[in-house]
Ligand binder design. Structure first.
Ligand code: DAS
Length: 356
């Protein structure tokens, strides 16, 4: 091979090696992983410990290092935002996380964001981000049902899949996601339906798509307003109001509702039986609390997801109550919390519940 041609070949090989193995491969998306804790960062004493372990132990750099294949699909860097079990999330954690995600998606060198998270409130965080981060870029909440130390740990593939989705152009503009168990679920719809299986997260309306061997396969889009099309912006929210959930059953009493009102709740989510039903003994109490300016929001705690409509079980127009439609109580709490930063008008709140 003559001298000049050989040098051109050497340069081509060296630059290809630098680009592909180098700090920033131009042909790969840039994905930031924000770590918050949870089982995906959990550790057990033995490989047989799939249910008894400590959550929120493994730091983000070790999480990223545990899946070397991430570098095949994206340029990845990690940040440790929190290191907590997600049942311990507070509204302030949501705001801190939301503001960090918002700042990152504004950067031209960030194509998508993954949030590693506990499973207990992943559905709340994913919905919160769906409501308040104004971007088209993919935001993916990922969790695991087994710690990384366990046999058949699910977090490794879940994290790989989450990075694939977060870096994918075809995932843009579809709202936030919960990616687990090969499924791409809407951050709005998906909820944790059981606490021991790797297919724990389900949406009443089915997944948006699947991610298999590094590729996304889409089946539907979220029709509700979200992200770039949302009227809410986390950068303009400094605090979140108190909204509480009261769980109803047979023999329900007014104790919790009155205690929440006394504690300053701006809205009470009635986690009702069936159709968001309200016990006859409770109706006058909720009317009294509404009269004191507290919003009453009827949702349903049925497992596969409620479908509460106005003036079905109760004369909502007459009582000036709100219905949560298909949102479960914990999702209804998130939406009410965000909506109350913008309005306290019950008709506006009901519009928001039907649009988001
Ligand atoms: N305690 C659970 C949490 O942090 C652990 C998990 O399932 O991720 O949400």
């Amino acid at each position: 091979m003559p001298g000049k041609t050989f040098m051109k070949w050497v340069l081509a090989v060296v630059s290809a090696a630098l680009v592909s193995g180098g700090a920033l491969a131009q042909n790969k998306p840039n994905v930031v992983i924000l770590a918050t804790g949870g089982t995906i960062a959990g550790a057990g004493a033995d490989v047989a410990n799939t249910a008894t372990y400590q959550a929120a132990k493994v730091p983000v750099d070790k999480l990223v290092a545990s899946v070397p294949q991430l570098s095949n699909v994206a340029n990845v860097r990690g940040e440790q935002v929190f290191q907590i079990a997600s049942e311990s999330f507070r509204n302030d954690n949501l705001l801190t996380l939301g503001k960090r995600v918002s700042a990152l998606v504004k950067q031209n060198d960030v194509d998508g964001v993954v949030i590693t998270h506990g499973t207990d409130t992943a559905e709340e965080t994913a919905y919160f981000l769906n409501l308040v981060v104004k971007t088209e870029k993919p935001i993916v909440v990922v969790a695991a049902m087994r710690p990384g130390t366990a046999m058949s740990a699910d977090g490794v593939l879940n994290l790989y899949d989450a990075v694939v989705v977060a870096g994918a152009k075809d995932a843009r503009g579809r709202g936030t996601f919960i990616v687990m168990n090969d499924e791409i679920n809407s951050g709005r719809d998906a909820a944790k339906m059981i606490n021991v299986r790797t297919d724990a997260f389900k949406s009443p309306w089915g997944p948006l798509g699947m991610v298999v061997e590094g590729r996304n396969y889409w089946f539907r889009k979220l029709d509700k307003r979200h992200t770039a099309n949302s009227e809410f912006d986390v950068d303009k929210i400094d605090s979140l109001p108190l909204v509480e959930i009261a769980y109803a059953s047979g023999n329900v009493n007014d104790t919790a509702y009155r205690a929440f009102a006394a504690a300053g709740a701006k809205a009470i989510i009635h986690a009702g039986t069936g159709n968001g039903s309200v016990s006859g003994t409770l109706v006058p109490v909720l009317q009294e609390l509404r009269g004191k300016g507290i919003q009453i929001i009827r949702s349903s705690h049925v497992n596969a997801g409620g479908f509460v409509l106005r003036n079905g079980e109760q004369p909502d127009d007459k009582y000036d109550w709100i219905v949560a439609h298909d949102l479960n109580p914990q999702k209804a709490r998130i939406l009410a919390t965000v909506a109350l930063t913008a309005t306290s008008d019950s008709k506006e709140l009901q519009r928001i519940f039907m649009e988001y």
